[in-house]
Ligand binder design. Structure first.
Ligand code: SF4
Ligand code: SF4
Length: 60
């Protein structure tokens, strides 16, 4: 399961990981914390590499 850590994401920019997701599973309202739709996410982890803050993580 992919989660986004609100303590690591500064929530002050448009999330670049949104565009990399092949399933369009990541959404974001304004500069709020991005949200992963767990029903759409296939766990490919592409988004993990796009976050410079290490906020997008795989949680077991
Ligand atoms: S790339 Fe990381 S730090 Fe930037 S908005 Fe997305 S989750 Fe937050
Ligand atoms: S793991 Fe893959 S499918 Fe899931 S949110 Fe990240 S890029 Fe999208």
């Amino acid at each position: 399961m992919i989660i986004i850590d609100k303590n690591k994401c500064p929530q002050d920019h448009q999330c670049p990981a949104i565009a990399c997701c092949p399933k369009k599973a990541i959404s974001q309202y304004d500069f709020d914390l991005p949200v992963v739709d767990q029903d759409l996410c296939i766990g490919c982890k592409k988004c993990v590499k796009f976050c410079p803050k290490g906020a997008i993580q795989e949680e077991f």
